[in-house]
Design a protein around this ligand. Structure first.
Ligand code: UD1
Length: 419
């Protein structure tokens, strides 16, 4: 287990580039399974979650080559249709590989996925959608086997606009007979990126980014090169790092419309934001102001930014109320940040944050990916030294976070506790 050691109190200044999106990369890597040929992907972040997904592809029989920021996946000679339990358990998004394997072979075998412990995170919506596509599902000994002779287009109305379920339905129905219509689909930009990539391969997907998506089954896909979108949660995290340190920073990021609710809330908290071509610059006020937040499916305020925003609200002037509407267990980091002097009470979905003037450095433990990032930001602003342990959670989703923060003037280093 490794830790970040952070000397707090440095005002961040300068400019950094936002990496490729984790949540877009994972389903796009899965999509490469559907084309029995070569897919070249650019801008895939080099993080634990993409490495695990590529490991699974290799296990399935794909050839994976990495070369200067390009990843080339050759799925021609894929042999296996099952996902090993130990890899499936490492992260929840492995579940989208099931839709891609099914789409290609009409057969897939996998266990329940793992991932950050931020709530129950069932896959009932994924499985009931597969059934609607004519896929038989059997469960035995913790394994789920999906099989059918052919996938048949269907109308699927999601009870909740689940991101993963929407992606899985798209992947499973690319070669389906007829048309699949998803209503109440998730509208996240990562779904648009997946659809753009698949359409470039020759798929026929319409309506991605809206509440209704239509997929007309095609007979074959073709080899392509595709550049994955930038990570909107990393963009938001870096802007919040600037805000919490009273800083003045710019991020190289070309899609400000993907982070509109984050920009709006930072402005409400008193930050000056300027959007120029390919860049967003933030100038923090002397002291941030309290703001209220409710997490919602896109285009609402993203649940992945909840903990990160709470970190900046701990030192804002006044009382903020935050409501977490997506995951039921996403306040596990609160006990840790309170050890740094934050005044937060939680009850069910709600957190009430009474801003203090300063946090103080402490030894705190990452509870999950975004909860860990929240503690790093708190450490940047705190008086004295903060040790954030269990940073493996953070490394799952952020590429070179310490190096980027260092470039902006933070004093942060990694310490490997295994030594
Ligand atoms: C994705 C993102 C994650 C983000 C989340 C919500 C990836 C790899 N991860 O996760 O970072 O926080 O979207 O924006 O893209 N649900 C069910 N049954 C299901 C599926 C989901 O009840 O079959 C519930 C979940 O428990 C949760 C809610 O729906 O309460 C949202 O989940 P979902 O949108 O599916 O999130 P993920 O795709 O897992």
């Amino acid at each position: 287990m490794a830790s970040y050691i952070i000397e707090g109190g440095k005002r961040l200044e300068g400019e950094v580039k936002v990496s490729g999106s984790k949540n877009a990369s994972l389903p796009i890597i899965a999509a490469s399974i559907l084309n029995p040929g070569i897919t070249r992907l650019y801008n895939i972040p080099n993080i634990h979650d993409t490495q695990i997904t590529l490991e699974i592809l290799k296990y399935l029989g794909c050839k994976v080559r990495k070369n200067h920021g390009k990843i080339e996946i050759n799925s021609k000679n894929m042999t296996k249709r099952d996902i090993p339990e130990h890899l499936m358990h490492q992260m929840r998004s492995t579940v989208v590989l099931a839709g891609a394997i099914l789409g290609r072979f009409k057969e897939a075998r996998f266990s329940y996925p793992g991932g950050c412990d931020i709530g129950a995170r069932p896959i009932d919506l994924h499985l009931s959608a597969f059934k609607k596509l004519g896929i038989n599902i059997t469960e035995e000994g913790g394994f789920i086997t999906c099989k059918c002779d052919k996938i048949i287009g269907a109308n699927i109305d999601l009870d909740f606009p689940s991101v993963g379920a929407t992606e899985n339905i798209i992947l499973a129905s690319i070669y389906a007979e007829g048309i699949t219509t998803i209503t109440n689909s998730a509208m996240e930009p990562e779904i648009v990126d997946l659809a753009n990539c698949l359409n470039k391969m020759g798929a026929k997907i319409e309506g991605a980014g809206t509440k209704v998506i239509q997929i007309e089954g095609v007979k074959k896909l073709k080899d392509i090169s595709y550049t994955v979108m930038a990570d909107r949660i990393e963009a938001g995290t870096l802007l919040c790092a600037g805000a919490i340190t009273g800083g003045n920073i710019c991020i190289n990021y070309k899609t400000p419309d993907h982070i509109t609710p984050i920009i709006n809330k930072l402005e409400e908290a008193g930050c000056k934001i300027q959007i120029a071509k390919g860049k967003i610059c933030l100038q923090a006020p002397k002291r941030l102001k309290a703001v209220d937040i409710k997490t919602m499916p896109y285009p609402g305020f993203p649940t992945d930014m909840q903990s990160i925003f709470v970190s900046i609200l701990t030192i804002a002037k006044g009382t903020s109320v935050v409501v977490e509407n997506i995951f039921e267990n996403r306040y596990r980091y609160v006990a840790e940040i309170k050890r740094m002097g934050a005044r937060i009470t939680t009850e069910g979905k709600t957190a009430i944050i009474k801003g203090v003037r300063k946090l103080s450095g402490a030894k705190v433990k990452s509870t999950d990916l975004r909860g860990g990032a929240c503690l790093v930001l708190a450490g940047l602003a705190a008086r004295g030294t903060t040790t954030v342990t269990n940073i493996e959670y953070i490394l799952r989703g952020y590429e070179k976070l310490d190096e980027k923060l260092k470039k902006l003037g933070a004093k942060i280093k990694i310490e490997n506790n295994d030594k």
